[in-house]
Design a protein around this ligand. Structure first.
Ligand SMILES: [Zn+2]
Length: 143
């Protein structure tokens, strides 16, 4: 594989991307199309978010994509006052686990939601978010 053949779509993900290539780079194309997507195993039906290329339940590598849609419920969250290198300017922000029924999703709660409004059990939806620096990610907003 020559250098120009390397699939670097994941460079576009997040405030700073620490991952340039993955087996699930289509995730970025889907974000650019306005969809937040996970993978589901064709073998056993397990659903994954973030997307996985390989199933940890039945070890199949035959996966399909599904779009995260509808409303989920906030299971738990944490407000970060300290962040990894590169994310200092985003502070403070909240990370969360949202239960969509058949699967759970992990991500950041939109800064548009005031801390006082964030409650376990509240309804949230996953939306694509374009960052000022041209990067792309997803956040949870009020459903
Ligand atoms: Zn499986």
């Amino acid at each position: 594989m020559s250098k120009k053949d390397i699939d670097t779509r994941f460079n576009k993900f997040g405030t700073i991307s620490f991952t340039s290539t993955t087996k699930v780079n289509d995730f970025i194309d889907k974000l650019e199309a306005g969809k937040v997507s996970g993978t589901n195993c064709k073998g056993c039906g397990a659903m994954y978010f973030p997307p996985r290329a390989d199933c940890c339940k039945c070890f199949s590598s035959s996966m399909d994509w599904f779009d995260i849609s509808g409303k989920g419920r906030l299971v738990t969250y944490s407000k970060l006052e300290y962040a990894p290198i590169g994310f200092e300017n985003d502070l403070p922000y909240c990370i969360a686990v949202v239960d969509f029924g058949e699967y759970k999703a992990f991500g950041r709660i939109s800064g548009d939601i005031a801390d006082s409004e964030i409650k376990e059990g509240m309804e949230l939806k996953a939306v694509v978010n374009k960052l000022p620096n041209g990067q792309i990610n997803y956040v949870f907003e009020k459903a």
